[in-house]
Design a protein around this ligand. Sequence first.
Ligand code: GDP
Ligand code: MG
Length: 767
Amino acid sequence: MKLFALAGNPNCGKTTLFNALTGSSAHVGNWPGVTVDKREGVYKDGGNYFKIVDLPGIYSLSPYTPEEVISRNFVLNEQVDGIINIVDATNLERNLYLTTQLLETDLPIIVALNMMDEVEKSGAVINVKALEAALGVPVVAISALKGNGIKELMKRAAALAEKRNGSTVLGGVFKAELDSARSFYKKAGVSSPLFHAVKLLEGDELELENSGAKAIYDELSLDCDAEAAIADERYKYITEKLAAAKIKSDSRTLTKSDKIDRILTHRVWAIPIFLAVMFFIFHLTFSENLFFLNGFTENHAWMPTLQELGLATDEGANNFGVEILAVFYDGAVFSPGVIFTNLLNLVLDRISDGVLTLMENGGAAEWATGLVGDGILGGIFAVMGFLPQILTLFLFFSILEDSGYMARIAFVLDRIFRRFGLSGRAFMPMIMGFGCSVPATVNTRTLSDEKERTATIRVIPFFSCGAKLPILTAVAGGIVAAFGVGNADVITYGMYVLGVCAAVVCVLLMRGTTLKGETPPFIMELPAYRMPSAKNLFLHLWDKAKHFVKKAFTIIFASTVIIWLFSHLNFNWKFLPDEQMNQSILASIGMFIQPLFTPLGFGVQLGQFGWVFAVAAITGLVAKENVIATFTTLALCIGAYAGEGTEEGVEELAGLINVISADTGIARGQFIAALLAFIAFNMTTIPCFAACATAKAELQKGKFKYTLLFWVAASFTIGAAVYTVGSWWWTLFIWIAAAAGVAVPVILRNTGKYDILKIFKRKKGGK
Ligand code: GDP
Ligand code: MG
């Protein structure tokens, strides 16, 4: 099987072509630095199979960044049958710089001139034949996105000769030096001697590691900055030869981008606009009161509920028509995210009702209906019910990413990030964290500074992932339903913001103490604004949905069954009915750990049912979806005998809240604060197994145990702060004083003059 590697600048469309060739759905984003590792796939043409490798984007073959090293090593050391050099045709000059370096190797090369659809739209014309002549290798015009020219590209790639002789565009510059270096490599039997010779003249670190080459280099004693001279020469060649290839160019599209940028990256307005955009997204995903048409709070509500209209009773809708209406409206117009959720829940409810009726009619035992209804269907369906909102949120995020907007925000935020010790580059992994911590943690490889990278990996879980979203929505919804306060979407957005603020504070602290260091400069090329491609968006969502459903029916399924069993068995392995759940094995364990959470408000305060919270938090360590699956399962059982909240979704939690309120008589404000602390705790504590394993693999040796410790400490501190300040607002001053107590010595120490630790030591020493 022939092996082809895709090489090219960041953001030139390598992954798009890779997906088109191999039918995979690797992440494509309008953002340089999405692909950080190589990826393999197979392309099939008739009976011929080709192995295709997608490489991280690179600007040159010099070993400056980890991506460049990965790509360079792959190109030079693997036995490839050809390099498909992808070139962004809308940005020919810069992209061909890498091409001129690839030409110096002996590898068979074919140039794929990508984004031709955009070139055509802009009115420019590129003479492919002239370019081919200037470069001396085949050039094929394609559009990876539209799928044009791909077959032709692969046909010509398959027909490439086995070996080429490297050619250079350097002309007569350094001719003598180049010849002697080249003959050295030739004699040494190295492949691509010309390439290595040029690199040696550039004073490339990797070449100088070879002592023979080092001797030659010293002997040549180049008296000028050869690297700069060579780069100049490459650009000169590119501009001269391009004049022949590029016939007419029109900068119409560019000015449009510039105009948009003038607003979206405005010095003052960029950040408020970004926050507003984010809020709008959350509103469209979570709001049960679209555009606040029904007033901002309950007190201002004026739209009648279905019950007030006489269309529904406590029991539910009067007929199927009203049930459908309730998907869209009940006392307020719902947002698209909520509408999709309602639709799905309508179906899921039918299914579980049907199954339970069947079982009851068939005379199934109580434990069996309990296990299936509360344990299996309750848990899995509760989690599944959040899929529409997760997908809605991701659709919006993907649009922002694919359009090129997110890349701008990284730039805008760089100014702010710098103040707390991160570069704008850290923004991408953080935003990815909203999806899933696992790829986000891997993506931190684009951060060249190890300390910056460690700090980023540690706070990534604070960017609440898709699996934590059900916790936020369900608890927020439970608060609104049980206490009739606030808006679910405002609470949800607020908790996301809290997570981001916590991340900022923690990074500041780490960069001031254990992870001190310079913040590397942030240089990134802004991608062009692009219309997000429907196919890309669909692929993103499909991937997410597949992953989520698979998890629901495997990990979550197993976990809920275990939870249900242990909540209905006592230590004598006797089956307990719902009413005696408090004597179960699970309850005993939960009650044992419950006091741990007392400072966070969901410990002993919540009385005999409070253990449910402790158990939910612990099951979340396996997978965060478990938190709500556990809740729902246990709340259904508690609700079943307490006679409350036996309906689907959010109501289960509201039911549990009502039961606990009645049981303990806890003050309303204090309970709300405890519930918010519960969200905050789950958001910032140790992430799921998968995320932990990834963090362990990506962190430097020995750093993982401190990272675990950090997560535990952070989540307890943040949870306690939310609970105490929410319950007794004046404790805010105590927290501020405590924060100052930490910050002031750190700042003094870092300014160098007043190291409190040293002053203290000196005093003790008596001097
Ligand atoms: P990579 O960084 O080189 O892997 O680039 P990606 O494959 O992630 O693509 C970067 C951006 O370019 C994405 O927004 C793609 O949708 C877009 N893109 C890729 N190929 C084409 C193309 O042929 N035409 C257009 N208009 N956009 C493309
Ligand atoms: Mg890529």
